[in-house]
Ligand binder design. Sequence first.
Ligand code: AMP
Length: 176
Amino acid sequence: MTTAYPEWSRAIRDVADFPKPGILFKDITPLLADAHGFRAAIHAMAEPWREAGVQAVLGVEARGFILGAALALELGVGFVPVRKPGKLPGATLTQEYALEYGSDRIEVCATAIAPDTRVLLVDDVLATGGTLAATLQLAGQLQAKVCGAAVLVELEGLGGRERWPDGVPLQATLVY
Ligand code: AMP
């Protein structure tokens, strides 16, 4: 069976062996540069969440900022940046997560949202799922209520969804 992908999805460029050999990088830069494509992508990402009661979007640095901020405007809610370590002033909450070799950290402003705020987590690509799982834990530290997560692209073969809890909605607009 062939899946019909929307016309605008053709603006996502596949770059082989970037940033490392063996990685097929999904480059959304040409899509962002295409006004109609960008708008259509944000509309498609927003669609499942319009009635979900989302009160804030948590977007993951760096491409999750671009899509997340646009999605926040589309949903009429605020945006909270989830950043790499050392970028945010003031009190922060930190979540460490494992990479293939070593570990990484993400941070959020400790007072960004009130407890029980209903949040949507946003990133561009779901690959192995480590980043999104760490963002979910960070949302837990914020005492947020997680409506779910939205990614533009899910790379199904990398099994990221298996690291995501069953009961929490995870919507991917495009699955490859
Ligand atoms: P992961 O934690 O493995 O799910 O990786 C997700 C994060 O890494 C996202 O923030 C993506 O922007 C980035 N990423 C991982 N793999 C790719 C890929 N093949 N193409 C584009 N971005 C990727």
